[in-house]
Design a binder for this molecule. Structure first.
Ligand code: NCD
Length: 339
């Protein structure tokens, strides 16, 4: 399927039409989103309420979420838009309605943009072929989670003053993590070196083909690293020995206080939800080198930037479409009793 997600203006500024992943986005488009998020962060709380007044942002969530969903909802509100939230467990998906039909319902009801979280890695890309709206991937199975990686880049760049030449270790359940994938593409685009670390069952040596340093020894991986990102075990996607994998992660790959003492300049990230005492120690989460709650804060501004940029560039496109000569008229609704 041809990707319709990677597009940017001649200046390199991100302008959609969709955001399904970072794989094909490139540094200029990523840079433009980070800059926009910073501008939004430094302005006052009500400063952007005029950017998308009356717009409807549909959030379609087929998996549970706390921070991603709330950040998108808050971001829509800050832009003056309305969030229409549909949690699949309480939707007609439970009765068998297809994903594309559900999306078309939301489109028919006036949605201007669709945010999707779904267990299928190709789901967001798939929807770009079924609706005329900008589609934003808010986490697609083991595929990508682009807005999470963008907020990670923003947070890390703030802390380090730049990403070029930096070394970032991502440790834990890489095999099932869309966060690891999107961070890989984003960090590489911005010139950082990425290390994937974990047991061979969760970190395949094949990542080396994409330029990743693969390590099965966390202490070795942390030598010379600027930051470490912990990942929880994705029980919902794991097949096989979950207790065994959890035990190995805890005993050999945990981000512990001892490891933090051994690396005094190391920053710590985690996309959340954090399993305190499992992949990361309680004290490290709350420690002064933890960027975890700053990530959550930046998540709001990154989503504001992405929504604003997509809605702004979709506006003229949709207006041009509306101005096109009318095509096939919509089918008439059969009226009972009419001849
Ligand atoms: C992550 C996700 O859903 O992929 N969380 C998030 O969006 N912040 C990571 C996870 O669930 O472990």
């Amino acid at each position: 399927m041809e990707s319709r997600s990677a597009s940017w203006s001649e200046t390199g500024r991100f302008c959609g039409p969709h955001l399904t992943g970072l794989r094909n986005l490139g540094a200029p488009a990523i840079r433009s989103i980070l800059d926009e998020a910073r501008r939004m962060r430094s302005a006052g709380r009500g400063a952007h309420a005029g950017l998308a007044p009356g717009c409807q942002v549909a959030l379609l969530f087929h998996e549970n979420s706390t921070r991603t969903r709330m950040a998108f909802e808050a971001a829509a509100g800050r832009l003056g838009a309305v969030a229409m939230v549909l949690q699949a467990g309480s939707s007609s998906a439970t009765k068998g309605e297809t994903l594309s039909d559900t999306a078309r319902v939301l489109e028919s009801q006036g949605a201007d943009l669709l945010v999707l979280r779904h267990p299928d890695p190709d789901s967001a890309e798939f929807l770009t072929h079924h609706v005329k709206l900008p589609v934003v991937n808010a986490g697609a199975g083991t595929g990508e989670h682009p807005t999470q990686a963008l907020l990670d880049l923003l947070t890390l760049e703030d802390a380090l003053g730049g990403l070029g030449g930096r070394r970032v270790v991502i440790v834990g359940d890489v095999a099932h993590s869309r966060v690891a994938r999107s961070n890989l593409f984003g960090l590489q685009a911005m010139g950082a070196r990425v290390v994937f670390c974990g047991p061979p069952t969760l970190v395949s040596p094949r990542w080396a083909e994409l330029g990743v340093d693969v390590s099965h020894d966390l202490d070795e991986a942390l030598a010379g690293a600027d930051a470490v990102m912990g990942l929880r075990l994705q029980y919902e996607r794991l097949e096989g020995d979950a207790p065994g994998a959890a035990g190995t992660l805890r005993s050999r790959y945990g981000i512990t206080s001892e490891r933090m003492r051994a690396h005094p300049a190391l920053w710590v990230l985690h996309p959340g939800p954090v399993m305190r005492g499992a992949e990361i120690a309680h004290d490290v989460v709350d420690g002064e080198r933890s960027l975890i709650f700053r990530q959550d804060e930046n998540g709001l501004y990154v989503r504001m930037a992405v929504l604003a940029m997509l809605l702004a560039s979709a506006g003229p496109r949709r207006a041009a479409k509306a101005a096109e000569p009318a095509g096939t008229p919509p089918p008439r609704v059969p009226v009972k009793g009419a001849r």
